[in-house]
Design a binder for this molecule. Sequence first.
Ligand SMILES: [Zn+2]
Ligand SMILES: [Zn+2]
Length: 141
Amino acid sequence: MNGKCLCGLTRFKLNIPRIRAYQCHCSLCRMQSGTASNLGTIVDAKDFEWLSGIHHIKSWVKDTGFTADFCTNCGSPVPNKLRGLDFYWVPVGAMDASAQVEVVAHLCTNSKVNWVPIPLITTRYGDLPNIAEFIKKLNTF
Ligand SMILES: [Zn+2]
Ligand SMILES: [Zn+2]
């Protein structure tokens, strides 16, 4: 399945059958996405492929390590490789509409704004989960 930024200069491909996504409600993800939470997933680097536009990407890194990569032409969030891990973070809203997506967890719900509800049936984490265990959860198809 393919994804792209708003202007289409940056394009990428995921070689996975469907997406197990999460929504993070922390203040950084809210500001980066411009809404109540982001919608992301983390895929194995072997299942991720840039198709075009990698030289249009700029990276903003906070001193804590939080990274926001974006297309310099349209400003859309684009995938970024996790520091020290062979995995890519992927903004799920950038995927083609035909992508099969299931939201399996909500993160940082302690930071959630009060104007958005979370479905009761979804797994919640008050803060950030253990990253290794969480990546495994997202990649269990
Ligand atoms: Zn763009
Ligand atoms: Zn977050």
